[in-house]
Design a protein around this ligand. Structure first.
Ligand code: AMP
Ligand code: GLY
Length: 422
C-alpha cells in the first residue's frame, strides 16, 4: 500500500513513523517532508498548500490513502480535491476545517449549541471594536478571525494594549485578511489541556491528554512559540474532567458540526482551559497539534493506519483505540533566537546510543549531512512508566543530539510533575 502524507514538520514525522509500524504499508511519500523525514519516507518537493500539484502527484503515483496534516491545506480544501479523484483521506473537508479556519465561525458555533467557551463579541468595524474596549473588562483577549500562523491571539493587560492590538489587526493588517474580522473575548484562567480526538462524525474518541509549553523560555517566560515541548497525559485532566468534556464539549461539538451540514472527519483538537467555572473551549484545531502529536502518537497502542482508515470509512465505532498506560515527554530543540531571528545551516548529529525518538521539523539534507533549517529543529520524545522518568529520559536523550546554536527549555513537564503531586 502507498500512502501520501501532506506536510513537513515534527508532527508529520511522528505520524509517518507511527504509520510505518503497519506492515501492509510499503511506501510513504511526504510532500514536502524534510531532511530528517527523508530517513522514513520519500520526500517530494511539493509545497503543502500547492493543492493542484498535490492532486497531480497523487494521480500519477498510485496513492491508496492520504493524510493531510497541516491546517492551511485542510482549510484550502486539499481533502476535497483528493476525494474528488477517488483518493481516500484522513482529514476534514474544507467546510468542516472552518472550525479552525475561522474563529468567528467556531465562537458562533459554540454559542448556538451551548458549548462552554469564553464570552465574546465579534467586530468587522474597527471604530465599534475600539468603542467596546472603552468599557470591556481587562485583561482582554483579541483574536484575528483567520489563520495567522498561531500568532493571531493577543492577551492585552491594559486598555491601551488592547486598542493597539485591534488597530494592528484591523488597520495595519499585520495578519492580512485574517484580521478583517476580530473576536474580543473574556480572559479566562486555569490550567490548559490539549485533547486530540479521532472522529468520523458518528463517534468521537479522545486520545490521551497532553500539555503544551508555548512560551520560549523556562517558567513560561519569553515569547509565544509554536510549542517548546509537551507531556502526556496531562495530570489536570482527571477522569471527572474527561467525563465533563465528553458530555459538554466533545459530543456536542461533533453533533453541532453535523447539524450545520459540516460533518467533521479526522483529528479534532480541543484546546481547553479548566476554569473555576468548569472546562471551556479556548480553541479548536482541525488537525493533530504540534508538538502534542509527538507525545500522543508514541503512546498509541492501536495501529494508526487502521484507525485512520476507519475514520475515513465512518466505522470508527468498530475500532478499540487503546493507549499505553505510560507517560511521554517531548523536548523541542530549537535554534537560539527562535521565534524571532536565528541562524541556520548547522550540522545535526545524533549519538547511536540515544534512548528516545527524534522527530525532525526544521532540517534539510545536504551532501549527506543533516543541517538545521528552521526555528524549531526537532523534538526528542521518551516514554516511561512515570512522568518523572519520562522527563529524565528525554533530557538524557537531548544530550545525545548535537547542533550549533541549539536551545531548549529545561523545565518541560515541571508544572505537570507538581500538579501530579497535589
Ligand atoms: P490560541 O492560538 O487560540 O491557542 O491561543 C493561544 C494561547 O492564548 C492559548 O493557549 C491560551 O494560553 C491563550 N488564550 C487564548 N484565549 C484565551 C482566553 N480567552 N483567556 C485566557 N487565555 C487565552
Ligand atoms: N500546539 C498547538 C497547536 O498545534 O496548535
Amino acid at each position: 500500500m502507498t500512502i501520501l502524507v501532506v506536510g513537513g514538520g515534527g508532527r508529520e514525522h511522528a505520524i509517518i513513523k507511527k504509520l510505518k509500524e503497519n506492515r501492509s504499508i510499503d511506501k510513504i511519500y511526504a510532500l514536502p517532508g524534510n531532511g530528517g523525514i527523508a530517513a522514513d519516507a520519500e520526500c517530494v518537493n511539493i509545497g503543502a498548500t500547492d493543492i493542484a500539484a498535490i492532486v497531480d502527484f497523487a494521480k500519477n503515483n498510485a496513492i491508496d490513502f492520504a493524510v493531510v496534516a497541516p491546517d492551511d491545506p485542510l482549510v484550502l480544501g486539499c481533502v476535497d480535491a483528493l476525494n474528488e479523484i477517488g483518493i481516500k483521506c484522513f482529514g476534514p473537508e474544507k467546510n468542516a476545517a472552518i472550525i479552525e479556519g475561522s474563529k468567528v465561525f467556531s465562537k458562533n458555533l459554540m454559542k448556538k449549541y451551548g458549548i462552554p467557551t469564553a464570552q465574546y463579541e465579534v467586530f468587522s468595524d474597527m471604530d465599534k471594536a475600539l468603542e467596546y474596549l472603552e468599557t470591556a473588562p481587562i485583561p482582554t483577549v483579541i483574536k484575528a478571525d483567520g489563520l495567522a500562523l498561531g500568532k493571531g491571539v493577543i492577551i492585552a493587560q491594559t486598555r491601551d494594549d488592547a486598542k493597539k492590538a485591534v488597530k494592528e489587526m484591523m488597520e495595519d493588517k499585520v495578519f492580512g485578511e485574517s484580521g478583517s474580522n476580530i473576536v474580543i473575548e473574556e480572559f479566562l484562567t486555569g490550567p490548559e489541556v490539549s485533547v486530540l480526538s479521532f472522529t468520523d462524525g458518528k463517534t468521537v474518541v479522545p486520545m490521551v491528554s497532553s500539555m503544551d509549553h508555548k512560551r520560549a523560555k523556562d517558567n513560561d517566560e519569553g515569547l509565544n512559540t509554536g510549542g517548546m515541548g509537551t507531556v502526556a497525559p496531562n495530570p489536570y485532566y482527571t477522569d471527572a474532567v474527561a467525563k465533563e468534556c465528553m458530555e459538554k464539549i466533545f459530543i456536542p461539538t461533533m453533533n453541532a458540526m453535523n447539524a450545520e451540514g459540516r460533518t467533521f472527519k479526522g483529528c479534532l483538537y480541543f484546546g481547553l482551559m479548566i476554569t473555576p467555572d468548569g472546562t471551556k473551549v479556548i480553541e479548536y484545531n482541525c488537525r493533530f497539534g504540534d508538538p502534542e502529536t509527538q507525545v500522543v502518537l508514541p503512546l498509541l497502542d492501536t495501529d494508526l493506519y487502521t484507525v485512520m482508515e476507519a475514520v475515513a470509512d465512518e466505522r470508527l465505532s468498530e475500532i478499540d483505540v487503546k493507549f499505553k498506560d505510560e507517560n511521554a515527554c517531548c523536548v523541542i530543540m530549537a535554534s537560539e533566537g527562535y521565534p524571532v531571528k536565528y541562524e541556520k545551516g548547522y550540522e545535526i548529529t545524533v549519538d547511536d546510543d540515544i534512548d528516545g525518538e527524534v522527530f525532525v521539523a526544521g532540517a534539510k539534507a545536504e551532501n549527506g549531512k543533516l543541517l538545521t533549517n528552521g526555528g524549531r529543529v526537532l523534538g526528542v520524545t521518551s516514554t516511561a512508566a512515570t512522568l518523572k522518568d519520562a522527563i529524565d529520559k528525554s533530557y538524557k536523550a537531548v544530550e545525545k543530539v548535537h547542533f550549533g546554536n541549539s536551545f531548549y527549555r529545561r523545565d518541560i513537564g515541571a508544572k505537570a510533575l507538581k500538579a501530579g503531586d497535589n
